[in-house]
Design a binder for this molecule. Structure first.
Ligand code: PMP
Ligand code: GLU
Length: 388
């Protein structure tokens, strides 16, 4: 069968694939410790589920406006104003099928063949693939553990060409958990303005910060950068709503309108009654977010202490998200082989760093219960000692 060239160049999501393998092994009764998917293990908070159930009962079961329920768009605009200092109106917000879909919509409406998109590595694995699906060119900017996995303004400046259209910024980061400081974000904003490119800030982990780290939205540094900023965010991580598929894109009207048109021919509106859960998430107390963050903070401390005691592993301290990204190069294995053997021999599921552009590392998600973390790290320790 002859398929479109565009899908030939794209690989399936390895995070989803490994998470599915781990789940299938568990279903077969195998005692797997999964550090694979970036998916909170908590149930969605009860008041959010109740609001969606109420909407379902009340007949919110019909097609709605493509861009989202007006009340939700307004609640998101208010959130962006209050939490992030971004002055968007409801019309600047498009409700999408998760953060993934908001980014995909953006790439599709913004990019022409040959346009370049700058992506700092390690990166979330879907960014380059989405850029390729839009027939554009991902330009990967490498970073190292020594620089905290952050790009410098000079590095960004020299990567810009006449074809550069967009920078993808993800802080807190998946997979490293690194968080840019406000001063670092400001310095990047200055280059974005100077080079007159756009930036999409993927802020899906903004609420998951530790040890006093601060999140600041790049668009908040003044009108020039605001005009060049897109925000991608969603409900999956902060509210444990991964399966609800609710995210949003916010930005200049022209782009949001184009994405709305695209969405009108692809997905239409996001599940109508689910959107009422999202409204409740934003308009109710944020205590549930803090409760989950506190649990993640405890697990982070625990996993970092345990990893530090494993010979041959080094692991920088992440300030955000729910990932650690240890360097496994002393094992002598590349990340795919490391993860394959770790799963086969110790029944521990981790994501090979190569999926994120960093073959010396593996990603462990600690969005799982403490007992699994404890057992899984014991096994990882045993596994690593074979090579040291
Ligand atoms: N951005 C990043 C950095 C992510 O890690 C993810 C997935 N966990 C997403 C976007 C998309 O999330 P979702 O589509 O589930 O809202
Ligand atoms: N983004 C999450 C992760 O990195 C979920 C899987 C995916 O959508 O890729 O694990």
């Amino acid at each position: 069968m002859k398929l479109a060239a565009r899908v030939g160049e794209v690989t399936p999501s390895l995070t989803l694939a490994i998470a599915a393998t781990a789940k299938a092994m568990k279903a077969e009764g195998i005692d797997v410790c999964s550090f694979s998917a970036g998916e909170p293990d908590f149930d969605t908070p009860a008041h959010i589920k109740a609001a969606a159930a109420k909407a379902l009962e009340a007949g919110k079961t019909k097609y709605g406006p493509v861009a989202g329920e007006p009340q939700l768009r307004a609640a998101i605009a208010k959130k962006l104003q209050t939490d992030n200092g971004l002055n968007y109106a409801a019309e600047n917000v498009l409700v999408t099928n998760g953060g993934k879909h908001s980014l995909y919509n953006l790439m599709m409406v913004l990019l022409n063949p040959g346009d370049e998109v700058i992506i700092p590595a390690p990166y979330w694995l879907s960014y380059p693939e989405m850029v390729r699906l839009a027939d554009a060119v991902p330009v990967i900017l490498p970073t190292t553990e020594e620089t905290g996995y952050k790009i410098t303004p000079d590095q960004l400046r020299s990567a810009c060409t006449s074809k550069t259209r967009l920078l993808v910024l993800n802080s807190p980061s998946n997979p490293t958990g690194m968080v840019y400081s406000p001063a670092e974000i400001r310095a990047i904003a200055e280059v974005v303005v100077e080079k007159d490119i756009l930036v999409v800030s993927d802020e899906i982990y903004e609420k998951l910060l530790y040890d006093g780290a601060e999140h600041v939205s790049i668009g908040s540094f003044g009108p020039e950068i605001f005009a060049r900023t897109l925000i991608s965010n969603g409900f999956a991580k902060a509210y444990s709503m991964t399966g609800w598929r609710l995210g949003y894109l916010a930005g200049p009207l022209e782009i949001i309108k184009a994405a709305n048109t695209l969405q009108s021919h692809s997905t239409s509106n996001i599940c109508t009654f689910a959107q009422y859960g999202a409204i409740a998430a934003l308009e109710s107390s944020q205590d549930c977010v803090e409760e989950m963050r506190t649990a993640f903070a405890d697990r982070r401390r625990f996993i970092l202490d345990r990893l530090a005691a494993i010979p041959g592993l080094t692991c920088p301290k992440p300030d955000g998200a729910f990932y650690v990204f240890p360097n496994i190069s002393k094992s002598g294995l590349k990340s795919l082989e490391f993860c394959k053997q770790l799963l086969e021999n110790q029944q521990v599921a981790a994501i090979p760093g190569i999926a994120f552009g960093a073959d010396d590392c593996i990603r462990l998600s600690y969005a799982t219960d403490m007992a699994t973390i404890e057992k899984g790290i014991d096994r990882l320790d045993k596994f690593m000692r074979q090579y040291i």
